[in-house]
Design a protein around this ligand. Structure first.
Ligand code: GAP
Length: 536
């Protein structure tokens, strides 16, 4: 599947639109259309149901070291600015960017790649922005153009190494920027904080500056004590939250994959330090399985454990659940979710102040006067176990997923094409979205075969019977084959058709989107038939 085909389907059928499109769009922002909003809502609801409401806290879940409880939160997007100072986001949540003085374009430093090439005694680094299968061809084209060579002279170019990141290049004077025609147009890398700043209150000045949250997680940490004090949850337990996060990404791209406004589905799971690695393993496997249960195929999904040099200094283990998105080069995967063992870093930070690595552990960072650089709340966030009489700071396992990335992966995975005979028996191309029934925006469509002979009346009755239970669509316009195709293209798993036989024996046909099989059921059994099949 080419990404353009999916992007075009998403626009044509109302899944996703560029934000502010009639004004030329705003980069990094997206609007979900009438079908997209249903799809993303189903993703969120499946996650919430599977992680929170349907969780049985009386029995250990398969693979879990014991029983656990799950609860939820919905925190504000703008929170006290000190939260971001103690969490480290204020000082550290930045990317490095480079600007091109010739093209006026800005790039994320770690995402510019290129190759060293030599011709006629001149050795240059030809840069390209964005990997992908075309990067090598783009670099070659640029090199030929720079050295004023024709395609048939390409053998004269002497390439050094394979493609490497610009971050490996110390002296940029010989770099040909991704959109430049001359050498040495890129600036030194500069830090750029990714948090969106805003001002709270009508009279606010710089001291009233606040931030749109770049992750939902911190709202959970700062409410840890509130949840403990207002419920009867006992460790181990998890707090889940779904909500918008904002990051002023330098280069938003790849459809909704990297946006500036996006939604996260995060769990902070609090447990005893002694069992924390077992809980980490449980969550890693549980979250991976969730994606396969929802229809992502095993060969496009991978679990990548972080090497020890990739781990944050406070983290004991971390892995990414990754998907082979079609916009990536062959063999490359993009992150869907991170599962991290965060030790007691976050609760300690919000209690004592911003922490920095010191020796084997970490300590409160001090300013030039020996005072905490960013003071914590001073609240004791330890947990008291009234059975063992132990008071301790719990360790945290954090499965952190993106609702938009998951939705995009489900869309990519669902896109299928096949050939089916049309009404005249001629094989024609069919595009269909093979969504898991739980995720499909519309669960069933109801059609009268023709707009006469009492068929619309029966079909409307079936539609009304289904409506209180699920999202159903009624359509009586055009040839029935075309109506089937329209539903296939938006991923409706079942179509119910009222035909001539319905009027004599009270049965209708039910058609399966994927197999195209049709079978008959009694009109009055339509609700239970569709409900049963949606659960399978
Ligand atoms: N609290 C941990 C945290 O926020 P993260 O890896 O920065 O970790 C978690 O983000 C998830 O949020 C990612 O795996 C991804 O699914 C999603 N995400 C992060 N940045 C995103 C962006 N710019 N656009 C869309 N989704 C994003």
């Amino acid at each position: 599947m080419e990404m353009e085909q999916l992007v075009s389907l998403c626009k044509r059928r109302g899944f996703l639109f560029q934000s502010s499109e009639i004004y030329g769009g705003l980069q990094g922002f997206w609007d979900y259309g009438p079908l997209g909003v249903e799809l993303k809502r189903n993703v969120r609801e499946a996650w919430w149901q599977d992680m929170v409401t349907a969780h049985d806290h009386l029995e250990p879940a398969p693979g879990a070291p014991g029983t656990h409880e799950m609860t939820g939160l919905d925190c504000s997007i703008i929170m006290h600015p000190q939260i971001w100072k103690c969490s480290g986001h204020y000082d550290l949540f930045h990317d490095y960017m480079v600007d091109c003085r010739e093209s006026n374009k800005r790039y994320r430093h770690d995402q510019v790649e290129g190759r060293w090439v030599e011709y006629n005694g001149t050795r240059i680094f030809v840069a390209s922005y964005g990997a992908g299968n075309e990067a090598a061809a783009r670099i070659e084209q640029k090199a030929l153009k720079f050295f004023k060579l024709r395609a048939k002279q390409k053998e004269r170019l002497q390439w050094d190494e394979p493609i490497v990141a610009l971050t490996t290049v110390d002296d940029t004077s010989q770099v040909l920027g991704p959109d430049a025609k001359k050498l040495d147009t890129l600036t030194e890398p500069r830090e750029f904080n990714l948090m969106f700043k805003t001002i709270v209150g009508a009279l606010g000045g710089e001291e009233d500056a606040a931030f749109l949250r770049p992750e939902t997680a911190q709202g959970i940490f700062v409410n840890f004590k509130n949840v403990l004090d207002s419920t009867r949850v006992k460790i181990p337990f998890g707090i889940a939250q779904i909500g918008k996060s904002f990051r002023n990404e330098i280069t938003p791209r790849n459809f909704t994959f990297r946006s500036r406004e996006f939604e996260q589905m995060e769990i902070e799971f609090f447990c005893h330090p002694d069992t924390s690695m077992k809980w980490y393993e449980y969550w890693r496997d549980r979250r991976f399985r969730w994606y396969t249960d929802m229809g992502l195929s095993g060969d496009r999904l991978q679990l990548r454990d972080h090497d020890s040099d990739e781990l944050a200094h406070y983290s004991k283990a971390c892995c990414d659940i990754e998907y082979a998105f079609p916009f990536l080069a062959d063999g490359e995967f993009g992150e869907l979710e991170g599962v991290a063992h965060r030790s007691d870093f976050d609760l300690r930070s919000h209690s004592e102040g911003k922490l920095v690595a010191e020796g084997d552990g970490f300590a409160v960072e001090k300013d030039e006067h020996g005072q905490p650089k960013h003071r914590g709340s001073g609240k004791d966030l330890r947990y008291y176990d009234d059975q063992t009489k132990e008071r301790y700071l719990p360790h945290v396992i954090e499965p952190s997923a993106g609702a938009d990335r998951a939705t995009l992966a489900f869309l990519c995975e669902a896109y299928c094409e096949d050939e089916v005979p049309d009404e005249k028996g001629k094989a024609t191309k069919r595009v269909f979205l093979k969504f898991h029934p739980r995720l499909a925006p519309i669960k069933a469509a109801v059609f009268p075969l023709v707009k006469k002979d009492g068929m619309p009346e029966v079909a409307r009755k079936i539609y009304r019977a289904l409506k209180p239970h699920m999202n159903v669509f009624y359509d009586e316009k055009g040839a029935v084959g075309r109506r089937y195709r329209r539903q296939d293209e938006i991923g409706t798993p079942f179509c119910i058709t009222v035909d001539g036989q319905t009027m004599t024996d009270g049965t209708v046909t039910v058609r399966d989107r994927d197999t195209l099989k049709q079978w008959r059921v009694k009109t009055e059994d339509c609700v239970s038939e569709i409900q049963t099949r949606l659960m399978q």
